[in-house]
Write a protein that binds this ligand. Structure first.
Ligand SMILES: [Zn+2]
Length: 347
């Protein structure tokens, strides 16, 4: 059956709870896209021109409907002074936190994304993609990390979890979270100003695999909700990414009001659909390990099952449940994109 919508129209319809011609496809592919370019990932993830070229090349190869643009999960942290190490083969990693004690938060300033590395490079990549293909493909320019994830990197993950577990300085914990929310929100505005159609935050460390649902509700949810509300008031759609098993917090996750919830294969698909139905769009949930090690026929099977369960109310975007690994085979990515066309057509 011929397609009757452009990628932009397809994603727009999905987010507005109208019926698209078929399920849209997203690729969380900054690592394999960079590997395809044949330049070291270390260079690409620090250079907006190269990052844009990598994402553009990958889009020409796969023609997915939604591009997730980012350079990994340490951008905001680095902009705030956290030490980050770039690697030749994978995403950058935060190594040295900036808050020796929680009270150090008083010394931090919200960075200006236009002048602060590496945010300014991602903004450059956003402008290039917007100029080149912004009328053809949906650009989700990620304001990763979200409030809780950024706070964890500013303080160091294990210190942060101890701070929360002991709960001796709740006011300072809230201060760090609110600072982190302001960093991500200001960056999100800049990404949209540079041509992103929507934005997204990663908050996986706030999920039940890492944090109790009680602490999620106390410390993560309120800042996710504030960020959703502030952006929504300006007409900006925000996605929240929590990979791992989110079943115990699904109702809260939906109640953030986020336009899109990014889930992975560990979350029960039917439970997620029951919580999300007619209230938000689900994105995912294809297993990234399967994408790396499986055969195209296995990807096809997983996508068919996901479409059957998650697509019926039109509020579903098919994609990997998390960032694709650097060496994910192109055949498997093609299998995912094709599956949406095979199984995701709405009659
Ligand atoms: Zn993830």
């Amino acid at each position: 059956m011929p397609e009757t919508m452009t990628s932009i129209e397809r994603v727009q319809a999905t987010l507005e709870f109208r019926k698209p011609d078929r399920v849209p496809v997203d690729l969380h592919n900054f690592q394999p896209a960079a590997a395809m370019l044949g330049v070291s990932l270390r260079e690409i993830f620090q250079n907006g021109d190269l990052l844009a070229e990598a994402m553009l090349n990958a889009w020409r190869e796969f023609k997915h409907d939604m591009i997730l643009l980012e350079n990994g999960t340490a951008c905001n942290a680095q902009a705030c002074g956290v030490e980050v190490v770039y690697d030749d083969d994978s995403a950058p990693v935060a190594t040295e936190p900036v808050l020796k004690v929680l009270a150090d938060i008083a010394d931090l300033e919200v960075p200006d994304p236009y002048t602060t590395f590496p945010m300014c490079e991602i903004l450059k990549a956003t402008r290039i993609l917007s100029h080149e293909i912004g009328d053809k493909v949906w650009i989700c320019a990620r304001a990763d990390q979200g409030p809780f994830a950024l706070a964890a990197l500013l303080r160091g993950l294990s210190n942060w979890m101890v701070d929360i577990g002991l709960n001796e300085q709740p006011a300072l914990i809230h201060q760090v979270l609110d600072f982190s929310r302001r960093v991500a929100t200001r960056y999100a505005y800049a990404l949209i100003e540079c041509g992103g159609h929507s934005t997204s935050i990663g908050e996986s460390v706030s999920g039940p695999d890492m944090l109790s649902p009680h602490h999620y509700r106390q410390y993560a949810w309120p800042y996710q909700k504030l960020m959703v509300d502030e952006l929504k008031a300006k007409g900006i759609a925000l996605a929240i990414h929590i990979c791992g098993k989110t079943d115990p917090i699904l109702a809260d996750f939906v109640a953030t009001g986020a336009s899109i919830l990014e889930i992975d294969h560990k979350t029960d698909m039917q439970a997620a659909k029951n919580s999300a139905r007619r209230r938000t769009t689900l994105l995912g949930p294809i297993n990234t390990t399967l994408m790396y090690t499986g055969a195209p026929s296995e990807i096809d099977d997983a996508c068919r099952e996901a479409v059957e369960i998650l697509a019926p109310d039109y509020r579903f975007i098919l994609g990997p449940g998390c960032a694709l690994g650097t060496a994910t085979p192109a055949d498997n990515i093609h299998a995912l994109v094709e599956a949406a066309k095979k199984y995701g057509v709405y009659q």
